[in-house]
Design a protein around this ligand. Structure first.
Ligand SMILES: NC(=O)c1ccc[n+]([C@@H]2O[C@H](COP(=O)([O-])OP(=O)(O)OC[C@H]3O[C@@H](n4cnc5c(N)ncnc54)[C@H](O)[C@@H]3O)[C@@H](O)[C@H]2O)c1
Length: 438
């Protein structure tokens, strides 16, 4: 028997999963959970459901499914709520998104039909490609936050939920750097009252959730919870946060490949990545200001993994370029191409070509499930502020003020599992030969 390092409240009662943005990712996630509950599908790609944890110390030979070793809520405990700026219910959205086939949607059609989005908090200047029709009215952004808080309370009441978590699955907003309004709780509250343009729609949801002590994760590259006022409020309210931008598709592969190339001390001259994507996300990203937010998130990855300042001969002149092209015929079935110009012994050049025919929402859905369950675990364990150990799931992992972002998927995975082991009182395994995992 081991002694847990933390007192973790048991996951009793229902867990409300609140999703600002009821689009392709959100409906694919919800449908997958409903199907898995009925034994009609498998939650593949979810570490909490399919992954294992080695127990019994660094040389431990016991291994357990994560969900058996760690006191997580189960998929049966979840109830789903959402906001969107369009009124379609989850069934209509899922049918239009064309991610899942009728054989998967038909058996759960009634349950999906019941998930109707609450009206969204939406200021069009942050997502110009969408013309929302199902939106809240408010005299100020401060009042809008109060409306969202009331939505959260009444959803929890209506569904008899014991706790809630929220995951931003809404569109990517235009690029917004943090400004004076983001630096303190007081400045942010004043900005809400005066409708400061630096405060976007997604930040209103985040603020409302933190105020209601609802843990919040950000699946898009927006600022949302990545600024000092949000961190300070989360500390004050003891709420865990995580972000940002789900790590799926091309970036997932990049953070698998780049550590391997670096481990073998091979050089990289250039890395060109391009995608075609035809869903609503692709349409929003067709606006250069919205793409800029995504680009910043995608570009940081290689710099952090390869560390050119430490290895100037190998990565000092690396040229990294990322493109996303909106191409409607493809829908959600994104296709990504990567060209890597690498070099080896004596500088001889080589090339690697990667062609990933992926499905965006199929890769993102298990991340939403894991984040919901792990953020809830963090809250029940009394953890608050940025949960750096959840960086595994993000393109732009939010670091704590004391740490730098870690992008290497293998170090991220070790950090996550070590944190889980630590929570349940199992001794953590350390990476052999060092590694910045602590
Ligand atoms: N699918 C992936 O692999 C992946 C990876 C990383 C990040 N993301 C991000 O996840 C988000 C969701 O992706 P998706 O494919 O489901 O997109 P989507 O366009 O299908 O869904 C987004 C939904 O958000 C709604 N929305 C926009 N602003 C809103 C607001 N203020 N309030 C409430 N709803 C709002 C839109 O109406 C839409 O229904 C996007 O920001 C995307 O960039 C997706």
């Amino acid at each position: 028997m081991t002694t847990p390092s933390l007192t973790i409240r048991p996951p009793s009662g229902k867990l409300a999963v609140l999703l600002p943005g009821l689009g392709a990712v959100a409906t694919t996630f919800i449908a997958g959970v409903l199907l898995a509950r009925r034994g009609l599908g498998s939650p593949i790609g979810s570490l909490t459901q399919m992954g294992t944890l080695r127990l019994g110390g660094p040389n431990g030979e016991r291994s357990s499914l994560v969900r058996d070793a760690v006191p997580l809520a189960t998929m049966d405990d979840l109830v789903f709520g959402a906001w969107d700026i369009f009124p379609e219910d989850a069934l209509d959205v899922a049918r239009h998104a064309e991610v899942l086939e009728s054989r998967h949607l038909d058996p759960i059609a009634e349950e999906l039909r019941e998930i109707q989005p609450m009206k969204g908090a939406f200021y069009a200047r942050y997502v110009r490609r969408l013309n929302g029709t199902h939106v809240k009215e408010a005299s100020s952004k401060a009042e809008m936050v109060e409306h969202l808080r009331e939505d959260i309370r009444s959803f929890i009441r209506r569904h008899g939920a014991a706790r809630a978590v929220a995951i931003w699955c809404g569109s990517t907003e235009v690029f917004l750097p943090p400004s004076a309004v983001h630096q303190s709780i007081e400045a942010f509250e004043a900005g809400l009252a005066s409708d400061d343009p630096g405060i976007s729609s997604s930040q209103l949801y985040a603020w409302a959730c933190i105020k209601e002590r609802v843990p919040f994760a950000n699946g898009a590259p927006n600022l949302t919870v990545d600024f000092p006022a949000a961190w300070l409020l989360a500390k004050e309210m003891r709420v865990p946060l995580a972000g940002k931008d789900f790590k799926t598709g091309q970036t997932l592969l990049k953070t698998i490949l780049a550590p391997g190339i670096k481990a073998r001390s091979l050089g990289v001259h250039g890395w060109f990545s391009t995608n075609i994507l035809g869903n609503r996300d692709g349409e929003v990203l067709d606006d250069p200001d919205n793409f800029k937010t995504k680009e910043a998130s995608k570009l940081g990855v290689l710099e952090e993994i390869l560390q050119p300042q430490q290895h100037p001969e190998l990565y000092g002149d690396l040229y990294h370029k990322v493109r996303i092209e909106y191409y409607p015929p493809r829908g959600d079935a994104k296709e990504g191409w990567d060209n890597l110009d690498i070099f080896g012994w004596l500088g001889y050049p080589m090339q690697i070509k990667v062609n990933f025919l992926c499905r965006d929402s199929i890769l993102a859905a298990p991340i939403v499930l894991d984040l919901a369950l792990l953020l809830d675990l963090a809250a029940r364990a009394g953890l608050h502020g940025t949960q750096e150990w959840l960086g595994f799931y993000f393109k732009s992992p939010m670091p704590t003020p004391e740490s730098r972002p870690e992008h290497d998927l293998f170090i991220q995975s070790m950090k996550l599992k070590n944190t889980l082991r630590w929570m349940i009182g199992e001794s953590a395994e350390r990476p052999q030969g060092g590694g910045s995992f602590e």
